[in-house]
Design a protein around this ligand. Structure first.
Ligand code: SAM
Length: 287
């Protein structure tokens, strides 16, 4: 049994009536070197402590198999029942494996960590389906239990996560992720590493949760309201963008609040960094 052999994969799945679903991002890894490299990061992600790994979308198990060897407990959640059946029967002898069936976007990921990874350091790993990449990253960041996330994603999304201010890729998603995580691009994966071949290059990212968020919890609602508004109208000045987002303040007052934060109201919002959004948060929190 070679789970990376396209002929073997098809021979198992065809009788089950399986066809690859684009909507579910079903591009399976067929290069065994990639899972091996990814699994090599798990110990670092937990700082050497026993690892409880959540795998999202195990598919035919390309990554699952390598993660099982690298973790103390692996819980994998798969939405496609035919794939879940295959994995369940393949790994049923492994005491440190639990297969969960369902949509990872609809489960309480913190509750899952508490139920599955008692006494372990929870981390997440996945070759994420393209269709839900941003939503899934958002859900993993909001689920505070996971210390780090090792994620294979589209290279364009990886560029958004690591973008510096004033670039086309820098946006509210960049700022949101950066407030909570340090993000590093580890390596690229070419289309030929998958079946079927996607028409994009993928990147494996390591997102490590910060000890404390760059924005205190009580300030986050206003901070994200300001940062989202600053990117909502990318061609507009910060003054125009924030005037539109804060109709409760007169335009003149908005201009004063931006200046009081030490920022020129005529710049574009997308050029601002987190410390500047934080200063805006302070000047906008007054009346
Ligand atoms: N991990 C496997 C690999 O690397 O070969 C498969 C990765 S494939 C890109 C994505 C997998 O996620 C598919 O098996 C798909 O059925 C599953 N999936 C898609 N949406 C999902 C969701 N919302 N929740 C859980 N699994 C999902």
């Amino acid at each position: 049994m070679d789970i990376y052999d396209p002929a073997y994969i098809k021979s198992v799945l065809r009788p089950l009536g399986f066809t690859f679903s684009k909507a579910r991002g079903q591009n399976f890894l067929i290069d065994p070197e990639i899972p091996r490299r990814m699994a090599g990061y798990i110990r670092d992600m937990t700082g050497g402590a026993p690892a409880g790994v959540l795998e999202i979308g195990p598919g035919f198990g390309a990554l699952t198999s390598a993660l099982l060897d690298a973790s103390d407990k692996l819980a994998a959640i798969e939405v496609d029942h035919r794939l879940a059946d295959v994995l369940e029967s393949r790994y049923k002898e492994r005491g440190n494996f639990t297969l969960l069936r369902g949509d990872a976007l609809r489960v309480d990921l913190n509750a899952l960590a508490d139920a599955q990874f008692n006494g372990l350091v929870p981390v997440a790993a996945a070759n994420l389906p393209y269709s839900v990449t941003s939503d899934m990253i958002g859900a993993l960041i909001r689920a505070t239990r996971y210390r780090a996330m090792l994620l294979m994603i589209q290279r364009e999304v990886a560029a958004r996560l690591t973008a510096p201010p004033a670039t086309a890729e820098y946006g509210s998603f960049t700022v949101f992720a950066r407030v909570f995580c340090e993000t590093k691009a580890l390596f690229d994966v070419p289309p030929q590493a998958f079946m079927p071949r996607p028409n994009v290059v993928s990147t494996v990212m390591l997102m490590t949760r910060r000890e404390s968020a760059l924005v205190p919890e009580d300030k986050q609602p206003l901070f994200f309201r300001i940062s989202r508004a600053s990117f909502a109208m990318r061609r507009k000045t910060l003054h125009n963008a924030l005037s539109a987002a804060f109709p409760e303040f007169a335009r003149q007052a908005v201009s004063q609040k931006i200046s009081a934060a030490g920022i020129d109201p005529g710049v574009r919002g997308e050029t601002r960094d987190i410390s500047e959004f934080l200063r805006l948060c302070d000047t906008f929190s007054g009346t």
